[in-house]
Design a protein around this ligand. Structure first.
Ligand SMILES: [Zn+2]
Length: 285
C-alpha cells in the first residue's frame, strides 16, 4: 500500500543519484549515470552517454519517474538529467542553470519547473521541500549557466547555479538528501529525519574543525536514525565496474570514513555505505 514505510524503496546509482519510490510514485535525484573518464572531463568535451544511461536504468528495471530534482548544475549532477526525463518521463526540477541544461537538450518549458529555497512540491504521497545551501569547499566552477547548454561541451561550462538539499517526506518516513558536503549554520535545526543521505565528497580533505561543524549542523541538527553516505565514489569510471572510492588525488575518502565511523560509535547513529543498484527499504530497520 502506498502509504506505509515498508512500501518506500530506494536505489543508489553512485555519486548523488538516488531513486525513491513507494510503488506508485517515483522521484529521482540528479540522475547522473554517464560518468565520463577523467581524461575526457579534464581535456575534452563531455555529453550524456545514452548507452550508459539506459544500461544503468535497465539494471533495476526503472522505466518511469514522476519527478527529477537536480541538486546543482555541475556536470556530475545535472548532465544526464534531461535525457533521463526524455527516457522516463516526469518533470525536471532545478535552478535556472539546470533549466538551461534542459533547454539545451530540447526539453520544453512544460516539462520543467524552476525551484527556489522553501518551495514544496507534492509527488504522489511524497512531499519534497527545497532547501538552498552552499557547495562543498573548492567549488571549481562557480556561477550560472546563462543560456541553453548544448553538449558536448567542456565540463567547466556546467556552473553550479545554486545548490539545493531536498527534504523528502512520506507517510512512511522522512529523509534528507544533502548532496554537497557543506553546511549553513543552524539551517537544519529541528529538521528531524529518519534517514540522512549525507554527501562526504571532499570532506576528508577538510580541516577537522570543518568536519566537526559539518556533523553538528547537518547530522546533530537532523537527528537521523541512519546515515547513508553519498558522493564518495570515483565517478570517472562506469557504474558497470562497481563503486570504488575517489582516488587520493581528489579526496581522502578513508579519512571521511574513519570520521563517520568514530562519530557513529559515539552517537549511536548507524552509517551504511550504499551498494549500487541495490534496492533497499530505508524506513525499515
Ligand atoms: Zn558540484
Amino acid at each position: 500500500m502506498g502509504s506505509s514505510g515498508a512500501s518506500v524503496e530506494a536505489v543508489f546509482f553512485g555519486t548523488t543519484t538516488v531513486y525513491l519510490s513507494d510503488g506508485t510514485s517515483g522521484i529521482l535525484i540528479d540522475g547522473f549515470l554517464s560518468r565520463p573518464s577523467l581524461l575526457r572531463v579534464a581535456f575534452g568535451r563531455i555529453a550524456p552517454d545514452l548507452a550508459r544511461i539506459t544500461g544503468a536504468l535497465a539494471r533495476v528495471g526503472l522505466t518511469r519517474i514522476d519527478a527529477l530534482f537536480v541538486a546543482h548544475s555541475h556536470y556530475d549532477h545535472v548532465m544526464d538529467a534531461p535525457e533521463v526525463v526524455k527516457l522516463l518521463g516526469g518533470r525536471l526540477f532545478g535552478s535556472e542553470s539546470t533549466l538551461n541544461v534542459g533547454r539545451g537538450a530540447g526539453l520544453g518549458e512544460q516539462s520543467m519547473t524552476r525551484i527556489a529555497d522553501g518551495d514544496e512540491y507534492r509527488v504522489g504521497a511524497f512531499t519534497v521541500r527545497v532547501l538552498a545551501g552552499d557547495h562543498s569547499p573548492g567549488n571549481r566552477f562557480p556561477g550560472v549557466i546563462e543560456e541553453p547548454l548544448v553538449p558536448p561541451v567542456r565540463a567547466s561550462r556546467y556552473r553550479d547555479g545554486g545548490c539545493f538539499s531536498f527534504l523528502i517526506t512520506h507517510p512512511g518516513g522522512s529523509l534528507l538528501i544533502h548532496p554537497s558536503a557543506n553546511y549553513v549554520p543552524h539551517r537544519f535545526d529541528g529538521l528531524d529525519v529518519d534517514v540522512l543521505y549525507l554527501a562526504i565528497g571532499a570532506l576528508g580533505v577538510q580541516p577537522q574543525q570543518f568536519q566537526s561543524d559539518y556533523w553538528r549542523h547537518v547530522v546533530d541538527a537532523t537527528r537521523p536514525g541512519l546515515i547513508v553516505p553519498i558522493h564518495w565514489d570515483d565517478f570517472f569510471i562506469s557504474l558497470d565496474r562497481g563503486l570504488r572510492p575517489l582516488p587520493r588525488l581528489f579526496d581522502r575518502v578513508a579519512v571521511a570514513r574513519a570520521f563517520l565511523d568514530r562519530r557513529s560509535r559515539e552517537s549511536g547513529i548507524a552509517v551504511r555505505f550504499p551498494e549500487p543498484f541495490e534496492v533497499v527499504r530505508p524506513f525499515v530497520r
